[in-house]
Unconditional design. Structure first.
Length: 82
């Protein structure tokens, strides 16, 4: 399947067109693509943090929580949420 993934990318075709021409089910293609390719590292951006003015705890839907132990300016919080 690894050869099909490489060939599909090199072909310039859509995944659906490539799979159709090679009797591969699209969901199987994506399954093997996710298994065979290493996960991309998370990307973080650097933000300059000015002096503090507000305590912050950000809770995400997936249960992740980010807490800042120091005070942060409101503009910085807006930048994080934007």
């Amino acid at each position: 399947m690894q050869q099909h993934i490489a060939a599909c990318k090199a072909s310039g075709q859509t995944v659906a067109a490539y799979c159709s021409g090679h009797s591969i089910k699209v969901h199987q293609y994506y399954y093997w693509q996710s298994k065979l390719q290493p996960a991309a590292p998370g990307k973080f951006i650097s933000i300059a943090v000015p002096l503090s003015t507000a305590l912050v705890s950000i809770d995400f839907i997936n249960g992740t929580r980010i807490r800042f132990e120091t005070l942060l300016p409101v503009a910085y919080i807006k930048q994080l949420m934007g």
